[in-house]
Design a protein around this ligand. Structure first.
Ligand SMILES: NC(=O)C1=CN([C@@H]2O[C@H](COP(=O)(O)OP(=O)(O)OC[C@H]3O[C@@H](n4cnc5c(N)ncnc54)[C@H](OP(=O)(O)O)[C@@H]3O)[C@@H](O)[C@H]2O)C=CC1
Ligand SMILES: O=C(O)[C@H](O)COP(=O)(O)O
Length: 453
């Protein structure tokens, strides 16, 4: 396995055969009953120990994340600490998930001699598949809730991200966890993905990645719960009364951090004509300040994950320019680095208005009315998040209610955290909900004991 720029060999992993994958799943299945009956507090303790170990290994993990997926070292370190915090919170929340007691006579005609005890049962073996961009955090956000609720886990990281995944699993295996409980799968999604998601011993799939792959998984799985966090085309709606300096600061950070390789990145701006020129000029000034170079130098904009990704972003920019979009900043490429690009006068005929670049390009779509903004926002196949910039909270709530997205942010960029908030993708952006409590709920089912007294 090589660093994102291909210059350094970081380590080796084997591509597992179907037979090896099958054996791993069988092991996870065989030990699941034992793990389910494991003392809950001890399961939570294992998670706390895992979090401690991740923090102890912060430098090694951050080094690997940084080189493997091309993230600045400061952001990579932050990812490790954020992950440890997420795991600890999950352990705490997991021990509080206690179920319910219900009495029959709380329903009309029901008998008070019936007492229902509702417990939360684990689903069995959870398959966790994670993307490249947060190789540690998005993996742990699936593994930790599965483990605390008594599920065993088969974990398949993104190929570019496997070594970071390996390090985090090694840290988990240093705790008292029975080693079969977590199965680490290495191999290409295109080769072993179907086998994994259709395996009869897999009882749930939790997936984060592209809409294309997620939708294919949803079509292949049968009668098991599937949670999907997929692509996005998050709009920032900038109303004419907005605080423009605040909006600019938030939009630049939202659109360009980690070179735009975040599902929650701001991926289009819908702005009212009256303030569009001002907004574009202010954005231009801030975008020109972004540094471009290597993740090793903590540049704001660094090489995208691979050549195809850079080709794709370039293609979207060129198509828009050919159709009349004006380049306010950027439109330069060096190898896999795409310079931060601001495209003005983007319209509905351009692909960049609708497709997810997963790179540092921001389209500006000028509109006349708020109604038009809502219409364009909702015409997207995606529905992850949206930001509204206005000083009128009442109006923001009214507009937010019309947006077909999982979350609306008022006067701030779109983002997932803090990690205990529900994280939801509507339309082609996902299925189900994540966030610590929601993830725990998604990995359990009700089990009812009715005492007939
Ligand atoms: N909504 C959200 O929370 C998030 C969404 N994303 C979305 O993810 C995308 C970028 O991530 P990226 O890693 O490129 O996404 P991909 O969909 O390419 O890959 C995601 C994971 O799926 C695996 N995979 C590939 N093919 C299959 C298959 N047939 N069956 C099962 N698994 C498979 C990949 O393995 P391999 O690497 O081996 O191909 C990887 O582990 C963007 O669209 C982004 O918006 C990203 C982060 C968060
Ligand atoms: O993978 C992603 O892109 C995330 O789920 C977004 O997380 P963030 O908003 O914290 O960057």
């Amino acid at each position: 396995m090589y660093s994102v720029t291909g210059e350094t060999e970081l380590g080796k992993v084997s591509l597992m055969s179907q037979d090896e994958v099958n054996q791993a799943i069988q092991k996870a299945d065989s030990i699941q009953k034992h793990w389910k009956n494991y003392n809950l507090h001890d399961r939570a303790k294992i998670l706390h120990d895992w979090a401690d170990r991740l923090v102890e290994k912060q430098e090694d993990l951050a080094f690997m994340i940084s080189h493997e997926v091309g993230k600045g070292i400061a952001a990579a370190r932050k990812e490790v600490v954020r992950t440890a915090d997420l795991i600890r919170y999950t352990a705490e929340e997991g021990v509080r998930a206690q179920g319910d007691i219900m009495r029959g006579d709380s329903f009309k005609g029901g008998s008070s001699s019936k007492l229902a005890m509702v417990e939360q049962e684990p689903l069995g073996v959870v398959l966790a598949i994670s993307p490249f961009n947060y190789p540690v955090n998005l993996a742990a956000s699936k593994i930790a809730p599965a483990l605390v609720t008594g599920n065993t886990v088969v974990f398949k990281p993104a190929s570019q991200g496997t070594l970071s995944g390996k390090l985090m699993i090694e840290a988990l295996l240093e705790t008292n966890i029975p080693k079969e409980v977590i199965q680490f799968i290495t191999g290409k999604g295109s080769e072993i993905g179907d086998f994994l998601v259709t395996h009869p011993k897999i009882n749930m799939v939790t997936f984060t990645g592209s809409t294309k792959t997620g939708q294919a998984i949803a079509e292949k799985t049968r009668m098991i719960p599937v949670v999907l966090e997929l692509g996005g085309k998050d709009p920032a709606l900038v109303l004419k009364d907005a605080d423009l300096d605040l909006a600019v600061k938030q939009i630049v950070s939202g659109a360009f951090s980690y070179s735009g390789q975040r599902c929650t990145a701001i991926k289009r701006v819908l702005v009212q004509n009256e303030i569009a020129e001002d907004l574009v000029q202010k954005l231009k000034v801030e975008i020109e300040k972004l540094t471009v170079g290597s993740y090793k130098e903590e540049a704001d904009i660094s090489p995208l994950i691979n050549e195809q990704a850079a080709d794709y972003v370039e293609e979207l920019i060129q198509e828009a320019v050919e159709k009349g979009a004006r380049v306010a900043v950027g439109n330069k490429r060096k190898e896999n680095i795409i310079h931060p690009t601001l495209l003005d006068f983007v319209n509905e005929d351009m692909r960049v208005a609708w497709e997810e670049p997963f790179g540092p390009v921001l389209p500006i779509i000028r509109v006349q009315t708020e109604k038009e903004m809502i219409k364009l926002a909702n015409l997207s196949e995606y529905g992850l998040q949206a930001s509204i910039f206005t000083k009128d909270v009442q109006k923001a709530i009214e507009l937010g209610a019309e947006l077909e997205v999982g979350s609306v942010q008022l006067n701030a960029k779109t983002e997932r955290g803090p990690d205990h908030f529900p994280f939801i993708g509507a339309k082609s952006s996902g299925l189900g909900s994540q966030g610590v409590r929601r993830s725990i709920e998604s990995m359990t089912r009700d089990k009812l004991f009715v005492l007939n007294l």
